[in-house]
Design a protein around this ligand. Sequence first.
Ligand SMILES: Nc1nc2c(ncn2[C@@H]2O[C@H](COP(=O)(O)OP(=O)(O)OP(=O)(O)O)[C@@H](O)[C@H]2O)c(=O)[nH]1
Ligand SMILES: [Mg+2]
Length: 312
Amino acid sequence: MTVLDRFLKGDRRSLAKVITHIENRRDLYREVLARLYTRTGKSYKIGFTGPPGGGKSSVVDLIADHFLKHDKKIGIIAVDPSSPFSGGALLGDRIRMAKLSNQENVFIRSMATRGSGGGLASASKDVCVVLDAFGFDLVLVETVGVGQVELDIMDAVDTVVVVLVPESGDTIQAMKAGLMEIADIFCLNKSDREGADRMAAELNMMLDVKRHGSDWEYPVIQTSALKGFGIDELQEQIHAHHKYLKDTSRFEKRRRRQVRVEVYQHLQDRLLEEVNTRLGGELTLDEIVDEIAAGESDPFTKATEIFDKYFR
Ligand SMILES: Nc1nc2c(ncn2[C@@H]2O[C@H](COP(=O)(O)OP(=O)(O)OP(=O)(O)O)[C@@H](O)[C@H]2O)c(=O)[nH]1
Ligand SMILES: [Mg+2]
């Protein structure tokens, strides 16, 4: 029996192996994904993003606990784009993993930056596909919302929860990072702290424009993962958002958009791979740069030449 056969029978060790295989882009990984893809579409995917240290992991834990009580099977992907710098966070995630991983119905996977930024986004999405195919009811994706990679990952989820904290500047940072646009639900965590009400009011005011003309209200939920309040309401709003998507045929639309992005992304990856292979083989970037530096050519002409030679 192959690893994939055991995977299809629900073996968790094979699940881990398949993920590693896909993550590292090993032989035939595209074929494996293609085979698994036919079994996907059943998991509901929820993304949690926001500034570093806002309590995303803590909130995800509590939400996971909540769904576990309702007999759901849960896959969690923790994307850590800044792994060289966040030893502390990783340690925290490990401790949590130890706690949650004991549960039969939970599977947690951490993913760190490797290669180019775009690579991490597509690898995370591929892992979503694997977890979906394995049969998890819910896939929770946590990622620090600081750049394009994280926003790209959120393309692959059905409901986006943006986790903020009641500190001045946090909303501004979130706006700059493009989080306001992608959020479906705002979770104002650490609401046990001073200034939470004021911040919630501020956030609600900012959302006026976004809410206008929309039949989704983009709720702001005050939570405290520390004290444990607001989590029920957050879970209810996630449920309400799911229902809203389903009732308004937006669910279909979102899923279609996900597929669209996925095709595009894989095509882009392949093209980039091809360019890099060429540049490492018969062409070298150094030679091209030499030529340009010597005043014999320019970047625009060179790029066009390469494109015309290999892709036309
Ligand atoms: N006061 C207070 N502290 C909290 C709350 N939630 C989390 N924390 C603390 O905030 C710190 C960061 O929590 P995490 O859950 O690791 O935050 P995170 O957003 O996952 O962090 P990164 O993944 O590193 O970006 C920890 O020390 C938590 O104990 C809360 O509701 N109130
Ligand atoms: Mg975290």
